[in-house]
Design a protein around this ligand. Structure first.
Ligand code: MG
Length: 257
């Protein structure tokens, strides 16, 4: 009785699977321990570094891009001269209409820590409120915007990869308060013809909250046309945007990966 019941159930299952066009033989192979490689430890020992004294402080292997005193590590992108943004009390501020600024040093894959604040005096709305931007390699914008009770298109708010990915959540602090971005960036690679062989990727924590989870970047973050990859070297400067608003920055450091 037991046998015939089982047999009947099996036949019904087979007929059902055949009706759905499913092969009766499973294609899924279980993962065995032997498949999990590598088994041996890497030959190279991880470098010993000293972490920052507190979260957000630069570690001993980080490159500080602003010492709180001057913008000697930066240049104006308008003409390559010294950056003309205002330096005050340990931070610097966009000097409207002087143009974007960029680091003299160039980076590819990296970890970036950067702190920013939009004006405490709220002015304008949407994209016109506390707008700036952090361009990895000078090409891929992580949006800086006052997104505290300020609606705009979702892939253009603070923490978006501009016009490509909205942040997972809106973790914005109030206008005038200091905010942090911690970024892990993978640079793109190109073949001889300029076709991307590896897409850029970005993971971002905004004020300690994950807002971009290894997001794949579709190309240059244009404002007025769809994203597109344009071949560039494996390293590029970090660029900050002059969008005409008095956005401030401080405590910027990079760890090339
Ligand atoms: Mg912007």
């Amino acid at each position: 009785m037991q046998f015939s019941l089982t047999k009947t159930a099996g036949l019904v299952a087979l007929a059902f699977a055949a009706g759905l066009g499913i092969s009766a033989v499973s294609q899924v192979q279980p993962i065995t321990l032997q498949d999990l490689k590598p088994f041996d430890p890497p030959a190279k020992e991880p470098m010993v570094i000293t972490p920052g004294a507190k979260l957000g402080d630069a570690s001993s292997d980080a490159i500080r891009l602003f010492d709180g005193k001057d913008l000697s590590g930066w240049k104006s992108l308008r003409d390559g001269s010294e950056a003309k943004w205002t330096v005050k009390d340990g931070y610097f501020e966009v000097m409207p209409r002087t143009g974007d600024i960029a680091t003299k040093q160039e980076f590819g894959d990296c970890q970036l820590h950067i702190e920013w604040a939009t004006p405490s005096v709220v002015k304008g709305e949407g994209q016109g409120r506390g707008n700036s931007g952090i361009f990895l390699m000078g090409h891929y914008e992580l949006q800086v915007l006052d997104s505290f009770q300020n609606k705009t298109y979702f892939h253009g708010q603070a923490g978006s990869i501009y016009k490509q990915h909205a942040p997972l959540v809106n973790a914005s602090r109030q206008p005038g308060e200091w905010q942090t971005y911690d970024v892990i960036f993978q640079s793109p690679r190109f073949d001889e013809q300029g076709k991307p062989t590896r897409f850029a990727r970005m993971t971002v924590l905004h004020n300690g909250v994950l807002i971009q989870n290894n997001s794949q970047i579709y190309g240059e973050t244009f404002n007025d046309k769809p994203a597109l990859y344009l071949k560039h070297p494996n390293k590029g400067p970090l660029k900050l945007q002059d969008h005409g608003d008095l956005v401030r920055y401080r405590n910027i450091w990079v760890r090339p990966l």
